[in-house]
Design a protein around this ligand. Structure first.
Ligand code: IPE
Ligand code: IPE
Ligand code: MG
Length: 249
């Protein structure tokens, strides 16, 4: 039976919703979209939207940790986002650096682990050093696994996987789906159960192409800087109201 996941008060405002915390999705992935529009609507520079968006990310990651989500993967910067003006790209990378510096402090305290997904080669050296440090500190954490996709693209990821598989010398007939999964940037991470895209766009924009084969999608017009606890809970409630059949009946 489908359970209602959106309730409206007489005033027209949405009431907050409570998911069933005993059967949460194990892995939530989010395309953090809409920062630019959020800023433009307010007469601000797009970079202001990225700043507020990075705060939203901190809040949502903390909430996911608090409610017991195991994996949170966020799309922060795509292989295609290099096409943006240099000042915008520099701001996004600087904000990621700032987040990593904070995360390095918080990883042991909060028992979270942080993994950066994507091709690090073109990233600034300072960012690469922070990524290495966060990675090393994360090995003993048992709480929320946060995966941040930076210079990530699903197609680029598959190209790298094919190259790795070819170089390994494996017999073509021995290649199976597990071989591909094991050679992706996301190797070892379970596939996402729920993929959320705010901002009103109904597309994947090259996010987790292989891994999303059986993910449930949730789209909302809310822009990422405005995404909050109620929005996350609505997405989880929508997910919990669905029947995942994986091709069976
Ligand atoms: C998402 O917000 C952040 C990145 C892609 C880095 P956008 O910057 O794409 O915001 P919109 O879609 O232009 O509003
Ligand atoms: C997807 O958003 C990438 C990230 C959120 C990092 P985009 O804003 O780049 O996607 P398009 O261009 O609208 O497809
Ligand atoms: Mg966008």
């Amino acid at each position: 039976m489908l359970r209602p996941f959106r309730k409206y008060k007489k005033s027209g405002r949405e009431e907050s919703v409570q998911p069933d915390f005993s059967r949460l999705p194990r892995h939530i992935a989010i395309i953090m979209d809409g920062n630019g529009r959020w800023a433009t609507m307010r007469g601000l520079a797009r970079t202001a939207g990225h700043r507020v968006g990075s705060e939203t990310f901190r809040n949502i990651a903390t909430l996911c940790n608090d409610i017991g989500i195991e994996y949170l993967t966020v799309y922060a910067f795509s292989t295609e986002n290099w096409a943006r003006p240099k000042t915008e790209v520099d701001t996004i990378l600087a904000l990621l650096g700032q987040y990593l510096r904070e995360a390095i402090e918080e990883i042991p305290k909060k028992n979270i682990s942080l993994r950066i997904i994507g091709d690090q080669a073109p990233l600034p050296d300072e960012l690469k050093a922070l990524i290495q440090r966060a990675d090393a500190l994360s090995t003993n954490s048992t709480g929320l696994h946060v995966n941040v996709c930076i210079n990530y693209g699903g197609r680029a990821e598959l190209v790298h996987a094919v190259r790795r598989i070819m170089t390994s010398g494996i017999e073509p007939s021995a290649i199976d789906e597990d071989t591909i999964s094991a050679n992706l940037d996301t190797a070892g991470i379970p596939d996402p159960d729920l993929i959320i895209r705010p901002s009103g766009e109904i597309r994947t924009s090259n996010f987790l192409l292989w891994e999303s084969a059986y993910a449930e999608y949730y789209f909302t017009p809310v822009l990422w800087p405005d995404f909050d606890r109620d929005e996350l809970y609505r997405a989880i409630c929508s997910y919990q109201a669905r029947s995942r059949r994986f091709g069976a009946i």
